[in-house]
Design a protein around this ligand. Structure first.
Ligand code: K7E
Ligand code: CUA
Length: 667
């Protein structure tokens, strides 16, 4: 076996200061690229008709979505749109889902999503929900895992760059979000070079355990550093949360250089139970802050957006003991807590070791007041007083660590492009395996929880280069499946991914596969525009607004002919799929519409809005090949000039026609 590409690069330590050059090296084709062992194929083979063992949820990065894969096959099962519009199923295009993408900046149809996080019960992923963050316009979404749909999005005020997010507490009481960028809080017009004086960070705790009621529980006002990642404590450290920060230099320009000066930055250790006490004592000041909470109600299958106006903000100076800083080398990125809750592992991007803090020592250091200094009311603990150990010579550019539950940790090494396996407690490196290329996060099913399922590790790589058939200048990003069941890690499979997967989560399929909703019960729909029976469709006019109610069922729409629409009208097609059967979908598209199609799940109603631009006949059709007579599933709408005498008409039954005429006369 050959040496992993990057470690063979003699730049070694010298390379630390020059992260950028690594990309150039990553593409060198070497003979090491095929390290797959003989039985790999059988280990990832899932026979046709059989199921994968795990669901894996990968963030889409700049695609703003979540993609769902089966493991070990690496088969793509689904794309869940979250922060980006998705024309395939009208997410963010139709009237029902658009409110999910509202913010105080208006409609924001894109974001950069990094960290999927499963809800947990007692520190173990429970398969109820998946949370994911938006980086650019800070938000957190909750995805319901009985439907694989985004149900809720909350915006994070007083924040810029919601990167350290949305990691959960072991009971899912809170998910968190920390500002990557410090900004003036509240945000205001100041000179950028007043950074040190005016810019602050915030750590937000968001209540997350009640569907439809996500809200900012409180925020902690922090020194103006960059907050990067976080993880909750567990077991003995339950009640604590750990966040990495860098740029303790407080540079506001050329951070590449200026934020890499200090040998150590900090992990913020937050005692959130203490924060709750301070709030109970009335210490938190309610501060005016506008943010938006959006909720997709499953019974009407319609989202609503509401504005909120205030948050509780705690300053560490007013709530002693709420935050401590753990000095951590150097510009740390990931922070990961081992399954026992004792060890807090940092990924110091520029560090030559992997530093590990001890929760026991942290408590003792606090009791002994082993402080170096205090920053804005936050005691800085002595490094030696809290350090459990350092993994020596792990490789270059440690970023993220996950655990197998058998006493081992696995750290991704971005610069040396490898996964390093080491032993908790002795801190010795026991194995390493190259990745192709430049690994970011890695993921073990349950690997950040109290009870990792282990077995596999997925490496999510930043650079793909020559791993697949070339597709022009841009290649799909690449994940690699590694078998960690034995002493030695074994590469099993490469598979391409969507967008840029940063982090991922995985859970045994058995936890969620039998809880899936198969269709929406039509009788229980509370959608205001639902059409529950074929004869109930029709067309009504209110001024220049025309509402069309229609059903879709194999293999027709009803009504399927409409007249009386005029140029300049706003026409809403409210289409209900009245099928009550699993996986029987219909679509709807109309000639000249300036939006996406609709895709209708069985039993749901969705709305396509269309403003016809000229007179004529416009066909509409079903876009989902639903039946033998799918091609017959079509209709026409007639558009007349503005002011035309053409009567409203929908070709429904005579009785319904008469009722319609009555209803329209009254208006
Ligand atoms: Cu390391 Cu955004 Cu979690 Cu990507 S972050 S790698
Ligand atoms: Cu309905 Cu095709």
């Amino acid at each position: 076996m050959n040496i992993p590409i990057k470690r063979s690069v003699g730049l070694a330590i010298a390379g630390i200061a020059a992260v950028g050059i690594i990309y150039a090296c990553a593409g060198q084709r070497t003979a090491t690229t095929n390290l797959v062992t003989g039985d790999a194929a059988s280990k990832v083979y899932v026979a046709p008709g059989s199921y994968d063992e795990f669901y894996a949820f990968m963030s889409g990065g700049y695609s703003g979505q979540v993609s769902v894969y089966g493991l070990p096959s690496g088969r793509l099962l689904k794309l869940i749109p979250v922060f980006s519009q998705f024309a395939e199923d009208a997410y963010g295009y139709d009237a029902e889902t658009k409110p999910l993408l509202e913010t105080t900046y208006g409609f924001v149809p894109w974001d950069d999503s990094h960290h999927p996080e499963l809800s947990m019960t007692d520190g173990v992923p429970d398969g109820r929900w998946l949370f994911i963050n938006a980086n650019n316009t800070p938000r957190i979404a909750r995805i319901d895992l009985t439907r694989f749909e985004t149900d809720e999005i909350i915006q994070i005020p007083n924040s810029a760059g919601g990167h350290a997010s949305p990691f959960t507490t072991p009971d899912t009481k809170y998910v968190v979000s920390a500002t990557r960028f410090s900004v003036p809080i509240p945000n205001t017009d100041v000179a950028i070079d007043t950074y040190k004086k005016n810019f602050k960070g915030t750590l937000s705790f968001i209540t997350a355990d009640q569907p439809g009621k996500m809200d900012i529980a409180f925020q902690i006002l922090m020194p103006g550093y960059n907050y990067d990642l976080g993880h909750a404590g567990k077991g003995p450290s339950d009640g604590w949360f750990f966040f990495t920060s860098y740029n303790s230099e407080q540079a506001n320009a050329k951070l590449e250089e200026n934020a890499s000066q200090n040998d150590k930055d900090y992990i913020a250790a937050v005692n959130y139970k203490r924060a709750e006490e301070c709030i109970a004592q009335g210490v938190a000041k309610p501060q005016a802050a506008e943010y938006v909470h959006n909720y997709f109600d499953p019974s009407s299958r319609t989202a609503k957006s509401e504005k909120k106006t205030s948050v509780k903000v705690i300053s560490p100076t007013d709530c002693a003991g709420v935050v401590y800083y753990l000095p951590t080398p150097k510009s740390p990125h990931g922070v990961d807590v081992d399954p026992t809750g004792e060890y807090i592992v940092a990924g110091g991007k520029l560090a030559t070791v992997i530093p590990v803090h001890s929760f026991t020592k942290l408590q003792k250091a606090i009791a002994d007041k082993a402080f170096d200094k205090t920053v804005d009311g936050i005691p800085v603990l002595k490094y030696d007083a809290v350090m459990a150990g350092e993994v020596q010579k792990p490789g270059l550019g440690p970023l993220h660590t996950e655990f197998d539950g058998k006493g081992y940790a696995y750290t991704s090494m971005f610069i040396s492009s490898e996964v390093v396996k080491w032993k908790l407690g002795t801190w010795e490196v026991v194995d390493r395996i190259p990745t192709y290329y430049s690994i970011g996060h890695l993921m073990i099913p349950g690997g950040d929880s109290k009870k990792p399922w282990g077995k596999y590790l997925v490496a999510m790589n930043k650079i793909t280069k020559d791993r697949y058939l070339p597709t022009g200048p841009e290649m799909a990003q690449s994940a690699q499946l590694i078998d960690i069941s034995g002493d030695k890690m074994k590469l099993l499979l490469d598979f391409p991914t969507i967008g840029e997967p940063h982090y991922a989560q995985a859970i045994p399929a058995s936890v969620i596969k039998d809880k899936q909703v198969k269709f929406h019960k039509l009788a229980e729909s509370t959608n205001p525009w639902v059409t529950k029976a074929e004869a109930d469709g029709g067309i009504t006019r209110t001024g220049k607004k025309v509402d069309i109610k229609m059903i879709a069922i194999r293999s027709h729409f009803a009504p399927d002919n409409f007249e009386g629409v005029q140029v300049g009208d706003t026409v809403n097609f409210h289409v209900t799929n009245i099928e009550q059967d699993w996986d029987i979908l219909h679509g709807f598209a109309v000639l000249g519409a300036n939006t996406s199609e609709l895709i209708l799940q069985p039993g749901e109603t969705r709305t396509l809005t269309w403003i016809p631009k000229g007179p004529g006949i416009y066909p509409f059709y079903c876009t989902d090949f639903c039946s033998a007579l799918h091609q017959e599933m079509q209709g026409y709408i007639r558009v007349s000039p503005a002011g035309s005498a053409t009567k409203l008409m929908a070709n429904v039954s005579k009785k319904t026609q008469a009722q319609l005429a009555e209803a329209n006369k009254e208006k």
